[in-house]
Ligand binder design. Structure first.
Ligand code: GRF
Length: 204
C-alpha cells in the first residue's frame, strides 16, 4: 500500500512510520512526504531515508481550496492510497477530507474524544485526569474526530509538566502509529459506522 505523509514540523511520528515500513516484510511503503512549511525538520529526515518530499506552502496559494488541490494533486500523482497526518498543523477542509474518506488517518496526543484541539497536555493536567494517552483515528470533517483505530493509555504523574507528559505520550505515539498503519496495510481494519474492527490484532 502506497502511503503519503503530511507534516508541519519535526516529524518524529513520520520517522517512526518510515522506520517501521522500511522492514522488508512491511506491506506499506512511504512514497511521499509533503510539508506545508519549508522549515519543517521532518523534510530532511525523509530525504535522508530516500523518500520523495514536497513543500506545498499554504501561503503560496490563494485560498484553502487551492492549497488542498495542490496537495491532492501531488498525493495522487505519487499513487498514494492512504494519507497519514503526522503533526500536520492545518485544518483540512471538507472537500479534501471527504475525497480521502477512510483513506486518511491522524494521530492525536490525547485519549479522544477527550481533549480535541491544541494545548492538549496542559488542558489534561488542568483537568486533573490521572490517565491520558494518544489516539490513531480515521479523519472526519469535524476536527479530531472519526473512527478510532488504536489508543494507548499513559498514566499522569503527580509532578508532570505538559512537557514531561508530552514526552511519555510521544513514545507511545511512535509505537501505536506504525502498528495501526500495519493493520490498515494488511487489510485487517474495517469501519462500521463510528466503530473500527480489527481482525487478529491481538487487541480483541
Ligand atoms: C504529535 O504529538 C502528534 O500527536 C500531534 O502533533 C505532534 C507531532 O509531533 N498531532 P511530530 O512532528 O510527529 O514529532
Amino acid at each position: 500500500m502506497k502511503v503519503g505523509i503530511l507534516i508541519s514540523g519535526r516529524g518524529s511520528n513520520m520517522e517512526a512510520l518510515i522506520r517501521a515500513t522500511a522492514l522488508p516484510d512491511h506491506p506499506a511503503k512511504i512514497v511521499l512526504v509533503v510539508a506545508n512549511r519549508a522549515d519543517a525538520g521532518g523534510l530532511a529526515t525523509a530525504a535522508a531515508a530516500g523518500i520523495a518530499t514536497a513543500v506545498i506552502d499554504h501561503r503560496d496559494h490563494a485560498d484553502r481550496a487551492a492549497f488542498e488541490a495542490a496537495m491532492d494533486g501531488a498525493l495522487r500523482a505519487a499513487g498514494v492510497e492512504l494519507v497519514c497526518l503526522a503533526g500536520f498543523m492545518r485544518i483540512l477542509g471538507n472537500d479534501f477530507v471527504n475525497s480521502w474518506r477512510d483513506r486518511l488517518v491522524n494521530i492525536h496526543p490525547s485519549l479522544l474524544p477527550a481533549f480535541k484541539g491544541l494545548h492538549v497536555h496542559e488542558r489534561a493536567l488542568d483537568a486533573g485526569v490521572r490517565i491520558s494517552g494518544c489516539t490513531v483515528h480515521y479523519v472526519r470533517p469535524e476536527m479530531d474526530s472519526g473512527p478510532i483505530i488504536a489508543q494507548a493509555a499513559v498514566p499522569v504523574a503527580d509532578n508532570d509538566t505538559p512537557d514531561s507528559l508530552a514526552a511519555r505520550i510521544l513514545a507511545e505515539e511512535h509505537r501505536i502509529y506504525p502498528a495501526a498503519l500495519r493493520w490498515i496495510a494488511e487489510g485487517r481494519v474495517s469501519i462500521y459506522g463510528e466503530r473500527v474492527r480489527i481482525r487478529d490484532s491481538g487487541c480483541g
